[in-house]
Design a protein. Structure first.
Length: 421
């Protein structure tokens, strides 16, 4: 399982700034080293406040026209009619560059590296952070990865978070935000030494599939089997590197993610709850799984009155209700709550009191399994092994130049479709 990433680490120095393709590898061109552009993150988690306080030391402040502003921190910023107001200054936008810029909104305090950019939307202040990709990854790790995870697991997460951020920030026209919609990024207030080390040890490295930086999605705990991306997100194009994999050292062995203390979960739905979900008054309600995905996740369920004839007594076949309501797995999870039905890898058991859902894992289960990565680290696997286990067929390489990466995507979009199975 020793992976192919090792030789490429030697090319790291070559590509420190931009991640030029290695000159000694195949026939890939050697790109001129140019630094990656900054990552621009919309700080959606701060909301769109009417007032925001900026603090910091050694900061320079410029206005929308790039001219220095004669104002000092701390600065209270408000907005009116699409214009920012701060200490007598009026401007469409403000750029604050300092050692670590602090933003305060109500009781929330955050610290950001690089530059904070403020714009106005009507009477609301909109905040952005511009920083290097690696500074961004440090902040993501502090929000997405426990500091006490195994160092190799944190490194794997660093590469995944960097790849995800690279794709979203540089190759995707939509904006990168700081919530779970993209990746949680709460600035640098809670970055621990282990996060910093993992970023430094993997600096600039991304996961690539056929030369393209991958959409490196991840979830907390895959429940023992990762999910295919098109099964988790309806309408998604199947991605060759997001295939279902069994998350265990050997087939049907104890899964890597069983190191998670909440790996197994169970919830009970009493009869009254079932009745309200079904919209039926009957006492003998049945919940049946109609279909599962390749990884064993519930794709569809039916809840309704038990059939008059009980086939259950003699057979293993589950009793499918007559009529009633049908739900997709995702609908069911959302309806009952994502933290209640923690994953779609569950089984249904009928009891005298109602129904029990017994499951494993937490989250959508696609891509890297965070608890599984922690388990793999403890088993002695390194970050390259971990990433190649969860993302099929990838290589770990320095981040390519953005221009080259964009050109590759355009070229692939224009290429005539090839016949595949
Ligand atoms: Zn987003
Ligand atoms: Zn797992």
């Amino acid at each position: 399982m020793r992976s192919r990433w090792i030789p490429f680490v030697a090319t790291l120095a070559l590509a420190a700034a931009c991640g030029a393709y290695a000159s000694n590898e195949e026939d890939l061109p050697l790109e001129a080293a140019e630094p990656l552009p900054p990552v621009k993150v919309r700080l959606s988690s701060l909301g769109s406040p009417s007032k925001l306080v900026v603090r910091g030391t050694g900061a320079t402040i410029t206005n929308g026209a790039g001219q220095p502003v004669s104002a000092a921190l701390p600065l209270t910023v408000t907005a009116a009619g699409g214009t920012l107001r701060a200490a007598g200054v009026q401007s469409s936008s403000l750029r604050i560059e300092g050692n670590l810029v602090t933003l305060e909104v109500g009781k929330t305090t955050r610290h950001y590296p690089g530059t904070v950019l403020l714009t106005a939307s009507g009477a609301r202040v909109v905040a952005w952070n511009e920083c290097s990709l690696d500074e961004y990854v440090e902040g993501v790790l502090s929000g997405e990865c426990p500091a006490l995870f195994h160092p190799e697991a944190i490194k794997a997460m660093a590469v995944a978070a960097r790849s995800y951020g690279y794709r979203k920030a540089f190759l995707n026209p939509a904006e990168l935000c700081d919530t779970t919609h993209c990746q949680v990024y709460l600035g640098h207030g809670r970055v621990s030494p282990s996060h910093r080390e993992a970023v430094a040890d993997t600096s600039g490295l991304c996961a690539l599939y056929e030369g393209e930086v991958i959409d490196a999605v991840y979830s907390a705990d895959c429940g023992g089997y990762t999910e295919a991306n098109e099964d988790a997100w309806r309408g998604a194009r199947p991605l060759p590197y997001l295939r279902p994999v069994e998350d265990a050292p050997e087939p049907h062995g104890e899964s890597f993610c069983s190191v998670n203390r909440s790996h197994h979960w169970k919830i009970t739905l009493p009869l009254a709850r079932l009745r309200s979900l079904a919209g039926k008054a009957g006492s003998d309600l049945r919940l049946a799984v109609l279909d599962v995905t390749e990884s064993g996740r519930v794709r569809a369920l039916q809840l309704g009155p038990a059939p008059a004839q009980k086939a259950e007594a003699n057979g293993e076949e589950p009793v499918v209700p007559q009529g009633g309501k049908r739900f997709s797995g995702e609908e069911w999870r959302r309806m009952l709550g994502l933290s209640q039905v923690r994953s779609l890898r569950f089984e249904v058991r009928h009891t005298a009191a109602g129904v029990a859902l017994e499951g494993r894992g937490y989250g959508h289960g696609v891509g890297l399994c965070q608890f599984g990565a922690n388990g793999m680290g403890r088993f002695g696997y390194d970050f390259g092994d971990i990433l190649q286990h969860y993302y099929s067929g990838i290589e770990i390489r320095p981040a390519p130049c953005v221009k080259a990466a964009r050109a590759l995507i355009t070229q692939r979009r224009q290429a005539p479709p090839t016949a595949t199975e």
